[in-house]
Unconditional design. Sequence first.
Length: 465
Amino acid sequence: MASIMKRGNTYSVRYNYKDHAGKPCKGWETFKTKAEAQERKITVEKELLDGTFLVPDAMTVEEMLYKWIPIQSSKHKWSPKTYTQSVAMVQNLIVPYIGKRKVQDLRTYDIEQFYATLSQTPCGQYVHGEKQELTENQKKRLLSSTSIHEVHTLLKTAFSYAVDWDLIHKSPTPREAPKINTEERTIWDERTMLAALQTIENPALHLAVHLSMILSLREGEILGLQPGDLDFDAADGRGTITVNKAMQRADKVALSKIDPSQIYHTFPDRREGSKSSLILKKTKTKKSNRVLYMTKPLKEELLAWLDKMKQDEQNAPEKYSNCGQLFRLPDGLPIAPDVLTKWYRQWRAEHPEFEKIVFHGLRHSSATYQLLQSGGDFKSVQGNTGHATATVLMDTYAHTQDRPRLELAEKIEADFYRQDAAGARPQPMENKMPVATKITGKMILEAIRQMDAEERRELTRVLFA
């Protein structure tokens, strides 16, 4: 089945095999010593006999990834954003470093070294696969541990496909993913949220911020709302909001590659030659589809906003283009995410008295406030925030504001130092049932905050199994 031939000072192992298409092929491998060649001959014959022989393949990592992306995108119905981010990750964080390496030549050590290289790589070193000239200050801003972790996740999945395709026997990705150095998010407490809301004069921005603060809505979910999603008579007159769509600006190339069923509507381009389109798409996950309850002030503001839109249309009916969205410009066209972000940044610049947080930080602030108000009821809050699982919610928002901890310190101070320690003596242990201790929701939340991610996942598994 295999033979050894001496060629000068080297030895070649020759053998016959069939490629992936079943076509007969001849292979040979060269070794420096006869002992190495003999060992390889025995291995090749055994692999050919038991069907574990790895067909030689010159496919590179770059070729494999660009073959994998459309398959993965179609199989898991990627959103335009996910598709764009994945292609950018391959172009800028993987191909420049290991793209030309053969898939079959990669070992776990090589991937570990690759991660080490990324940890010392500046952000934006490559854009669209082209190396950039960075300033000295730009060179100091290195890739985050989160970015490297995302690269690992992508490679782990892609190499699992390579195993299924019989390119390799085993994935070279390390068993342990690169650790993420998480930083606690900056959030506002409820007093700050209310004070900030009261300073916003732009009516569209005010409503958007109000929705995010009260209902923990994502920016795209807010702009994806339509008047038909509002039911002011539901829940015994309280009113509900149905969330089942999201607005997003997407790259046109990505739109041409993804499953069209993910897109409900593509809005007309407002600029000729634009490389992106404003779209209305499905929400992030199935859990993101949810029904939320209005507060009375929010209900009043929504009604006032609908009246304003009617007035805008009546003022200039010939120029008004009803886009069908709840959030519209005075001419009826949709308010795009970048416009809302611009308004929010302008407001933030005008009010430096508030600690700076991005618009998405309002959602984090809202979720944390809801957890505190509910006494740590993760399952209920998950229903409002639309997180895929309670575990994700716990891992994301297990940090809490300082107020409950300050209150706890005050209670300890009020109780501990006022005890009568005079004459206190250690008492013998008695066989008595322990007295029940009242545990509040805030105490539970604080205990969860002290857990690491693995402990929180195990707690979620026990509670919500």
